[in-house]
Design a protein around this ligand. Sequence first.
Ligand SMILES: [Zn+2]
Length: 202
Amino acid sequence: MSVPKRQSATRKSSPRHARTGTVVYRLDREDRFVSTNAAWDDFARENGAPELAGSKVNGSPLWQFVEGMETAMIYRKVFARVREDGVQVRLPFCCDSPDLRRYMRMEIRPWKSGGVEIACRLLRVKKRRRMPILDAERTHTRQMIRMCSWCLRVEEPATRWSVLETYARKSRIMECERVPRISHGICPRCMRVIKKQAGLPA
Ligand SMILES: [Zn+2]
């Protein structure tokens, strides 16, 4: 998660995202939203999630929007490191829409009174063949797949993690009307990168 996960599975996507500035939000010492900037609202709107506008999320706990226990756990560890040691942590992640691959970077730094400030910057965008699995309006099968919250690769049997395009080709989901549901986790590669970047024990 970078920005609430709902925003990565979008209903609409628009090239306007490229003009979106750095998304910044602040959490108090108990991880409740204190403030969000205008770019946050732009991002929520452009991704078809107006219910995530700052005026609606402020006061709510971040954890309400984080999907997956593993993702929440690693966030808690990174926040603890930032708060206790006063360091800034930079993490790479992806926040895709059905037809765009968005490479982003998150900076997490201490903020006043035990809070944290999180700034998410878009580094690079790549157009992709539309991925129906990221389309929130598609109906679902009963199948569940596990996706890494950070790199958005999909776990396949035998603990391989594949990029969405590879998974879609193998499972032929492009040809299906209904798509599997996604549960979010974290792949071993991203876990290693996050721990290294945050200075957490391996
Ligand atoms: Zn990953």
